[in-house]
Design a protein. Structure first.
Length: 296
């Protein structure tokens, strides 16, 4: 198979159209179409179903795409290794983590990291789904559960603890609960239905103190921790939040401080091929230092 045609095929399969693939490759639509037609002719199999709304891979196309994608991912890793400077940390660093951790804890510390390492181009991929590090969808992940994917290097980063929080405005209106029994007089924000919640027993706030059925008032369910955090900040009610999300300057305070929920373990994770990456080692050391400095 011609390498240039395979590169064009991979781009078309990723983009779903000749036009968008051409924009990525800086080629005309007709040039892309000719390359794909020539590849199909050389293989004597159709690779795409063509229709008015775009392109769909055929069964043979799916097989070729899977192999091509693996090859290009490995090449990307090799390129990063070849370009990696032994003297200084430089180059692109793509970090994926959850919406809650990325939005409230990691992003505010990006400026300090980039000041220390100005030759690194940092990209934060904030998503509650797990990207495939082995296929180079990201270089590094900070995950709130132990990684299940094989062939990954993992370093325990921190223990995430949960407590009950409310805004100053809400507590002025409704009072500060003194015991868990007082929670029956408050509006609670809880995690909505999800097949894979961030931690086991995520809605422990509704059961702490063993209340009678229906005794706690749930005012809002939402299956995203950052959204729960924003609802608490708005003064809507009380919620169980991870301690790393809380900034004392934002008028959110802990109530019933002796009451805590289940713990979660956070891990710093990356592919085996990047073991000697300078970019990753300095980022890892930076996070470890910032976690040690934090008060949670």
């Amino acid at each position: 198979m011609d390498w240039d045609k395979l590169r064009v095929f991979h781009a078309v399969a990723e983009a779903g159209s000749f036009t968008h693939a051409g924009e990525r490759l800086n080629l005309s639509q007709s040039a892309v179409s000719r390359q794909i037609s020539a590849l199909e002719e050389s293989l004597n199999v159709p690779l795409f179903h063509r229709h008015a709304r775009g392109l769909i891979l055929t069964e043979q196309g799916e097989l070729l795409y899977k192999t091509a994608h693996e090859v290009f991912a490995k090449l990307s890793i090799t390129e990063a290794q070849l370009l990696e400077s032994k003297k200084q940390a430089a180059g692109q660093l793509r970090v994926t983590t959850t919406v809650a951790f990325g939005s409230t804890w990691l992003t505010p510390r990006a400026r300090e990291f980039l000041t220390l390492y100005p030759d690194i181009q940092l990209s934060l991929l904030i998503d509650d789904s797990e990207l495939d590090l082995g296929m180079r969808e990201a270089d590094v992940a900070v995950r709130m559960t132990e990684p299940r994917q094989p062939d990954l290097i993992q370093r325990h980063l921190m223990t995430v603890r949960f407590h009950i929080y409310g805004s100053v405005d809400y507590l002025k209106r409704r009072g500060i609960p003194q015991t868990v029994e007082d929670l029956k007089n408050h509006d609670l924000i809880v995690y909505g239905h999800d097949t894979r919640p961030p931690i086991h027993d995520i809605n422990w706030i509704t059961a702490v103190g063993d209340p009678e059925p229906g005794e706690r008032n749930v005012i809002l369910e939402v299956n995203n921790q950052y959204a729960i955090y924003r609802a608490v900040r708005s003064g809507l009610g009380l919620a169980a939040l991870p301690d790393y999300m809380i900034d004392e300057n934002l008028n959110i305070v802990r109530v019933l401080p002796e009451v805590s929920g289940p713990k979660a373990e956070a891990y710093f994770v990356y592919a085996e091929e990047l073991r000697h990456s300078k970019r990753i080692s300095v980022f890892r050391d930076f996070l470890i230092k910032k976690v040690a400095e934090a008060k949670f």
